[in-house]
Design a protein around this ligand. Sequence first.
Ligand code: B4P
Length: 192
Amino acid sequence: MLNIVLFGPPGSGKGTQSIQLRDRYGLIHLSTGDILRSEIAAGTDLGLRAMQLMDKGVLVPDEVVVGMIGSKLDENNKAGGFIFDGFPRTIAQAETLDELLEDNNISITMVLALDVEEEELVKRLLHRGKDSGRSDDKNEMIIRNRIKEYHNKTTPLLNYYQKQNKLSNVKGMGNIEDIFERLCNKVEVIVR
Ligand code: B4P
């Protein structure tokens, strides 16, 4: 079973590349950002609380996203593999994910980390903000805050997965097809 964590700062191409990896390897795509946005669209209590935090560019509480991922894993208990996009984002989330997977006798196969320069991240997100309707993509200060949150709370995960010998860095600059090919080359080493 192939279980991939796609890792990287906001705007690094996680969402973009996850969809392609999902299609190539027949995986279930789990994006906590997408799940939160669907809660917002449905006007649920959880969505309304999450929206206030997402609009400031800060992470939503661990227990909220962990609960959402737990339900999705239960719903997809016959899946052939998963791609986790934007999750985990803190050490606590990573530890809980390991436990949740262990309960199902599975584990993370590999973590692919996209490396992109900060100014390119800001440029991509502001560009998306022009027509995505995402309020967190419209304001440069909020975007920079998301990147700051990433450096403070999410980058410690690189060490966490390095210690487990699961981390691969991939250059995330350039065109989408070339980056996809670089990611697939890493996956092929494992699935071959
Ligand atoms: P996410 O939805 O995960 O959003 P993101 O980090 O901005 O990345 P995304 O996947 O959307 O963008 P992508 O890089 O594909 O999170 C949003 C918010 O939700 C967070 O700030 C947080 O508040 C909350 N949240 C989510 N998960 C959480 C968790 N686990 N814990 C706590 N809080 C959580 O693409 C960006 C743009 O770049 C796109 O327009 C794309 O077309 C473009 N692009 C991609 N690749 C490109 C390339 N190679 N060249 C040019 N453009 C490219």
